[in-house]
Design a protein around this ligand. Structure first.
Ligand code: SUG
Length: 417
């Protein structure tokens, strides 16, 4: 039994578009109405996965969902032709690509039954994301079907918003050892809603059977939500014993850090001072929406979006970070600009599952040859661009559905249709 961290990236779907559907997500709302490039977006995602594979990391993926979601429009007693524009746009959403919002994952070493527990996120706060969970749950049930090793839970019931791993961090001496789990919830900020509710975080922790002595609940700072940190993973990221966070991420940082240090004495907390990188620069650059990973040789690398290197304060900070003697030894910039324009950085695009790769469905695991096959389907079938007024076009809807079907076929996952 070799427990490894597997990063499951969401393949960017053929309906990727900029509809400005997430208030509080500044990138998404400011790009409302822009022309999107689904093909380029998906290929950027494939290259990110390829880079991580080549770095020796285990890589998996989840598939785009069936969009436009006609069934959901039907429940609203409408259809693609007659739906109000905001409902039509919600039906087209490709937001399931951000698999950090797919589920919350508690690996086997943390749970009393020694299984890895996953709770699919209900995403109820944003209408366009509220209809993702059934399609996501179907994939989780296939990918982690082995009940000797996994327990896949239904979503927390509404109205308690749960946005999954984007508001959950795990710290442990190493991935395979028992760790502590950090749940970050919000109240609201600057007129923006909190998308992760305390009730939902606590329900997930109970469902996974987590030991309260190894569980930490942390309130997000209102100022962070107001500045555009609609998920905690925009201002903090953890890996093994390291927590990398902005000084203004949490409502009561002192109490949070004390709780973490008590429950995990070897915790190393790297705090970025607001004086060095303002909350605004952190959010615009997505410095913290990085993948903090342990490379096979043992060093930690921070996989950041290109935008981080393009923001002067962040670039300077990162240079100093690497020059110092801290746990983060390497910075790896990646191009995920199409996703970034909707507020999704490298960390949003992946769900971390600590598991023995031999116990998961291999159809969801990547190797170079499979990434080549995915890229070939994308290059052939994904639309090159989508303009906002095309969402009413039935021919585009047919094309997007056919594109997804071709990918499912290629990956022998037609049962997800
Ligand atoms: O839920 N954007 C996503 C971005 C999710 C990022 N995920 C994490 N931080 N883990 C969201 O706000 C925009 C879609 C649009 O406007 O068309 C969107 O859904």
């Amino acid at each position: 039994m070799t427990l490894t961290e597997i990063n499951y990236d969401g393949i960017v779907g053929p309906s990727h578009n900029y509809a400005g559907l997430s208030p509080g997500n500044l990138a998404a709302t400011s790009n409302k109405g822009a022309v999107s490039h689904p093909r380029a977006a998906a290929l950027q995602g494939v290259e990110k996965m390829r880079g991580n594979l080549r770095r020796g990391l285990a890589q998996g993926f989840f598939l785009p969902l069936d969009r436009p979601n006609i069934g959901w429009l039907g429940k609203l007693a409408t259809d693609l032709a007659s739906a109000e524009p905001h409902l039509r746009a919600a039906a087209w959403s490709a937001s399931a690509m951000w698999t950090a919002n797919a589920a919350t994952v508690s690996p086997a070493p943390d749970t009393p039954d020694g299984r890895c527990h996953l709770t699919v996120a209900n995403l109820v706060t944003m209408p366009h994301r509220s209809h993702e969970w059934p399609g996501t749950l179907a994939q989780l049930k296939l990918a982690f079907a082995d009940e000797a090793h996994f327990a896949v839970h239904d979503p927390v019931p509404p109205p308690f918003g749960d946005e999954g791993a984007a508001n959950h961090m795990r710290m442990a001496p190493n991935h395979a050892a028992p760790g502590i789990e950090l749940f970050v919830y919000g109240r609201a900020g600057g007129g923006f809603p909190a998308r992760q509710h305390s009730e939902a975080s606590r329900a997930v922790a109970r469902a996974h059977g987590l030991d309260p002595e190894r569980t930490v609940f942390i309130e997000q700072a209102e100022a962070a939500i107001a500045a555009g940190a609609f998920h905690n993973d925009v201002v903090a990221v953890a890996n093994e014993q390291v927590l990398f966070a902005h000084e203004q991420a949490f409502a009561d940082p002192g109490a949070a850090y004390a709780d973490i240090r008590e429950k995990l004495p070897q915790a190393e907390i790297v705090i970025v001072p607001a004086q060095r990188v303002s909350l605004q620069d952190a959010i615009a650059s997505y410095l913290f929406n990085a993948q903090l990973v342990t490379l096979p040789e043992g060093d930690m690398a921070l996989i950041v979006p290109l935008e981080a290197e393009e923001t002067a304060s962040v670039r300077d900070y990162l240079q100093e970070l690497i020059a110092g003697n801290g746990p983060i030894r390497k910075i790896v910039p990646v191009d995920v600009r199409q996703s970034m324009a909707n507020g999704g950085g490298p960390a949003c695009l992946r769900l971390r599952v600590v598991a023995d790769p031999a116990t998961v469905d291999p159809r969801f695991l990547a190797d170079e040859a499979k990434l080549d096959r995915i890229a070939a389907v994308v290059a052939e079938h994904w639309p090159e661009d989508i303009e906002p007024d095309q969402l009413a076009d039935p021919a585009l809807a047919d094309r997007v559905r056919a594109a997804r079907a071709a990918l499912l076929e290629e990956l022998e996952l037609a049962e997800l249709r």
